[in-house]
Ligand binder design. Structure first.
Ligand code: SAM
Ligand code: SF4
Length: 325
């Protein structure tokens, strides 16, 4: 059982399996990115080993993320093996949706329980501007393919940006309701050296107030143990979530740690402290030695992060694509 020094039980790992991506979302990456050299990135076997060690310590939920996890070569090899790990009840994946139309059935067959798909706009030209490369139609086809493959309650993730997509929040909620999806609105976080965030920042409170004039939002008691707070719309199964790293500190119930594609273990998204798993793994560490490093990380898991509204200065120097969202 993994428990940190504040008594919080950690049963959830977010594992970034690549820092690469087929999009370049403006809030997540710089236009010109330098990606990690291949030898610095964990092999799929190393990802599996780390995941297995965490599961042996009571972790029962694992989210694959990135970068874009579905652009990693042979990703299905890993997912199929993770799907067979006894004790891992909840294997989930966050994706930009670009490859979902071809991967959805195989992901379902491999035991992936649920998908999060990032979607900030329903307008093709705007989608191209935000992602710098992406094709909206392909992502929407991916969302449909996921539903045909049997995925239920797929969750859309929408980063809120004033003057960029805030005129579409109502349409995005309608899209979610019409397609039996959930949707979470995310406050933009100051990760990576990206300028101009303070002019686009919108709080969850403001978005919720704006949505309330179009929908009857009923507070929901559901809580995933994570940072989202949920609302429901009457006569609909869809949940509307708000992830508010700035305006509501959600750290007191934090149950997760993050592993980067380089095998760094970050106990907190909003802090720069990490422990290195890859050197140990590559120098032949036993499972017990890896478990010891993981136990040690519980000692440096801080009580919380402290993102301020100073959005133009990066408060964490890593890009989100490094740590995994
Ligand atoms: N490529 C996949 C995707 O886009 O869903 C998975 C990785 S991405 C880093 C995970 C999530 O982080 C996405 O929903 C994305 O919108 C979000 N994200 C990236 N940078 C962010 C930032 N600076 N603030 C808030 N959310 C961010
Ligand atoms: Fe890629 Fe996801 Fe970052 Fe967009 S948010 S650049 S899709 S990793």
């Amino acid at each position: 059982m993994l428990t940190d020094k504040f008594g919080r039980r950690v049963n959830y790992v977010r594992l970034s399996i690549t820092d690469r991506c087929d999009f370049r979302c403006t809030y997540c990456m710089a236009e010109e990115m330098t990606f990690l050299p291949r030898q610095e990135v964990m092999s799929l076997e190393e990802c599996l080993r780390i995941a297995s060690v965490f599961v042996s310590m009571g972790v029962n939920k694992l989210r694959l993320t990135g970068g874009e996890p579905l652009v990693r070569k042979n990703v299905l090899w890993l997912i199929e093996r993770l799907g067979e790990l006894p004790g891992l009840d909840n294997l989930v994946l966050t994706t930009n949706g670009s490859q979902l139309d071809r991967f959805a059935p195989a992901l379902k067959a491999a035991g992936v329980k649920r998908l999060n798909v990032s979607l900030d706009t329903l307008k093709p030209a705007r989608f191209r501007e935000i992602t710098r490369i992406g094709d909206l139609d392909k992502v929407l086809r991916g969302i449909t393919a996921a539903s045909h493959a049997g995925f239920r309650r797929t969750k859309l993730n929408t980063v809120m940006m004033r003057g960029i997509n805030d005129d579409e929040f109502v349409d995005l909620v309608r899209y979610a309701v019409n397609h039996a999806l959930d949707i979470s609105f995310i406050e933009e976080m100051p990760l990576g050296d990206i300028q101009g965030r303070s002019s686009t920042y919108i709080s969850s409170e403001e978005t919720r107030a704006r949505l309330s004039s179009h929908f009857d939002l009923l507070p929901s008691t559901e809580n995933s143990g994570g940072p989202a707070r949920y609302w429901r719309i009457p006569q609909s199964e869809s949940r509307i979530g708000f992830i508010s790293p700035h305006s509501h500190n959600f750290c007191d119930t934090c149950n997760r740690v993050r592993i980067t594609a380089r095998g760094e273990l970050y106990p907190c998204l909003g802090q720069n402290d990490a422990l290195q798993l890859l050197p140990a793994l590559r120098s032949g560490a036993s499972d017990d030695q890896l478990r010891q490093i993981i136990m040690d990380s519980m000692g440096i898991k801080p009580f919380g992060h402290d993102f301020t509204q100073q959005m133009d200065a990066p408060q964490v120097v890593r890009f989100m694509s490094m740590t995994g969202g």
